[in-house]
Design a protein around this ligand. Structure first.
Ligand SMILES: NC(=O)c1ccc[n+]([C@@H]2O[C@H](COP(=O)([O-])OP(=O)(O)OC[C@H]3O[C@@H](n4cnc5c(N)ncnc54)[C@H](O)[C@@H]3O)[C@@H](O)[C@H]2O)c1
Length: 333
């Protein structure tokens, strides 16, 4: 099948290689001429050192590469998902499926990325989200990985499953798009916090508590937005949370470590270089939690540190000394 991947960062490139390996004809679109030139001249993506790009991978900066493609993969940072979808809209084949593989929430509107994409490409194009514990560096090195493809349209979810699946990349299908996208976006906030705890010298106990209670509040928000609780116990939920909070591949965690060691948040984001999605998702978490009346104490604390300059040590103490709670809210109901 003729396919195109829009966005040649680490993730877009790793997925383009996977699709090529699965026997498809693949074009990889770069945002800038310079980025495409580096791929062509060095034969690899600087984010995936040591992973050669085969000559069969068509490198391009022409968005018209999506013409004739039944499936188009969108792998830009989340802030560029809507603008890129707008540019793609007039070029898409009728009925072409768009797969969003970015992890974030639209900054200005707090829409999920598939919602933003749908608004731009209009009716007649099923949109799917692919998510789960999947570092580009490991998928590039062919490390066994499992993810979830979610779409309202079952046929679209199963088509994406079939296209990506192979013996080293297992794909589950799901109908819970909101749950999958929310989990993907919000775990980055918790990963920033986990990094911050590491940077402050806290231990494994602290991180386990943070991840567990972080997942509880993400699920609370996700359910309030129409997602299914079970999704948060799945690959896009706890699976991605584990990988992001524990790995040095995670930019969000590395950014958090810098903050925990005393680097001002905006400077830490700049030092990391690539997009630190959790920094922006923390603002969305606050906006959504306020709007929907959902309690998200860890994400709210992250917001205070990232945007209001609050000391992470003070925030940690405040979280630990909140009023006492039942772990399961309706335990004795
Ligand atoms: N890297 C991973 O392991 C991984 C895994 C799963 C999901 N993701 C998600 O995929 C998305 C991309 O991540 P990445 O790691 O490939 O990022 P990256 O920083 O490596 O690459 C981002 C790409 O987007 C391009 N870009 C920048 N501004 C743009 C614009 N205005 N319009 C169009 N394109 C633009 C850049 O040129 C670059 O090619 C993020 O949302 C990330 O959370 C990443």
């Amino acid at each position: 099948m003729k396919l195109s991947v829009i966005g040649s960062g680490g993730w877009g490139t790793a997925l383009a290689l996977l699709l090529l390996e699965n026997g498809h004809e693949v074009a990889l679109w770069s945002y800038t001429e310079e980025e495409s030139r580096v791929l062509r001249e060095t034969g690899e993506n600087p984010m995936l050192k040591g992973v050669p790009l085969p000559v069969e991978l068509a490198l391009t900066t022409d968005l018209a590469c999506v013409r004739g493609c039944p499936v188009v993969v969108l792998a830009t940072p989340s802030f560029a998902a809507r603008s890129t979808a707008r540019r793609l809209a007039p070029l898409l084949d009728p009925g072409a499926v768009v797969v969003s593989v970015s992890k974030g929430i639209e900054q200005e509107t707090s829409r999920t990325l598939t919602q933003a994409i749908e608004e731009e490409i209009g009716e007649g194009h099923p949109v799917a989200a692919l998510s789960g514990p999947s570092h580009a560096e490991e998928v590039g090195r062919r490390v066994p990985t499992a993810v979830v493809a979610a779409a309202r349209d079952q046929g679209a979810a199963e088509l994406v499953q079939d296209l990506f699946m192979n013996p080293r990349f297992r794909v589950y299908a799901s109908g819970d798009v909101v749950g999958v996208e929310l989990a993907a976006a919000m775990k980055n906030v918790i990963a920033l916090c986990a990094g911050c705890c590491d940077g402050m010298g806290c231990g494994d106990n602290t991180k386990a508590a943070l991840m567990t209670r972080g997942l509880t509040e993400i699920a609370r928000l996700g359910v309030a937005m129409g997602g299914r609780k079970e999704t948060f116990a799945g690959l896009a939920g706890v699976g991605d949370l584990i990988v992001t909070c524990t790995s040095m591949h995670s930019r969000n965690r590395r950014c958090g470590i810098l903050i925990g060691q005393g680097t001002p948040p905006a400077q830490a984001v700049r030092e990391i270089g690539g997009v630190v999605e959790g920094y922006y998702a923390a603002a969305n978490a606050k906006a959504l939690a306020d709007k929907l009346g959902v309690e998200m104490p860890i994400s709210a604390a992250a917001y205070e540190v990232l945007y209001r300059g609050k000391d992470p040590m003070v925030v940690l103490r405040e979280l630990m000394t909140r009023e006492k709670k039942h772990e399961i809210e309706d335990s004795w109901v």
